[in-house]
Design a protein around this ligand. Sequence first.
Ligand SMILES: *Cc1c(COP(=O)(O)O)cnc(C)c1O
Length: 386
Amino acid sequence: MIPYGRQDVTEADIAAVVEVLRSDFLTQGPVVPRFERALADYCGARHALAVNSATSALHIACMALGLGPGDWLWTSPITFVASANCGRYCGASVDFVDIDARTYTMCPRALEQKLVEAEREGRLPKVVVPVHLCGQSCDMRAIHALGQKFGFRIIEDASHAVGGKYLGEPVGSCRFSDVAVFSFHPVKIITSAEGGMALTNDDELARRMDLHRSHGITRDPSLMTHKPDGGWYYQQVALGFNYRLTEIQAALGLSQAQRIDEYVARRHQLAHRYDQLLASLPVTTPWQHLDAYSGLHLYVIRLQLKAIRGSHKQVFDALRADGIGVNLHYIPVHTQPYYRAFGFSEGDFPESEQYYAEALSLPMYPTMTDAQLERVVERISKAVSS
Ligand SMILES: *Cc1c(COP(=O)(O)O)cnc(C)c1O
């Protein structure tokens, strides 16, 4: 089976991990801050906070922004459930904004329309979470301008997008957001096994996220209610979690981070080859906005079902049976049973649902060979013409 994604672990990565295993610290040592500095510098952001997953990063970002019961968080239906769940962890209500038909990311016009209605009804969102699907940045300039006008804060779910650029700047610079979040799950661009990071230019948000990732505990006297009792002293000043990344994970992530550009460049080569070879088939290849250089975590095609005899499911099943590990990113979140219970149903977000009816994620990972890619295309060609 050619998988849809897989990690690339080098001897240098293994050596970096072994070095930590032989060192004094398996957690809370010097490697986590080095990993954070490397990503902050790469992205041109002031602060980076490493945590044990992107899900945790989304949660502490929402907490730091003060999201709570009575507030609304809006995100895209075409995302992993974590982009919405972070709002529910804080007791906030969740709603969705439909996608753009060409980029498959949050549509700024749909967002504006929904904001105008929400303003009339007095239920404007406190936080909006645009998702850089497949690694392509959302239209952040437009979303940021709406944030200024309607007073919401922005967390970029950039889980797919480390190594990508927007308007010539690295995704994660937070120029158009309060916080940007990366995932280092093994299928993503770089990995720390499990892991995530929250980047921000805001000192106060960084301080709060730092508290929330480690029990709400501080050793900084300036954050305490009185002078430390002694050298052992710490204070719990908020209710936080244990979301820390280990030194072992950080060593893997830091070693991988040296190859971000190389990985994304290879993904672009593969995408270019897919674009060429798929051009004559009844499928729609991904459209790249001129403002964005995608991280290309995923390569998603849409089946032109009117020109294909088989159904979406039949094509998917045929490819899986033929050794091609296609996947589908994502099932619209509002149709999940957990979210239906809040009143969502089919028909609420038509562009997202249409996308779901046609989308297929093709294998895409840096160690994929040209021969493997050609095999994928050959099997797709067979599956859509039988
Ligand atoms: C993978 C992913 C997450 C969650 O990442 P974890 O590190 O597994 O918690 C969140 N949002 C999106 C869009 C993702 O793809």
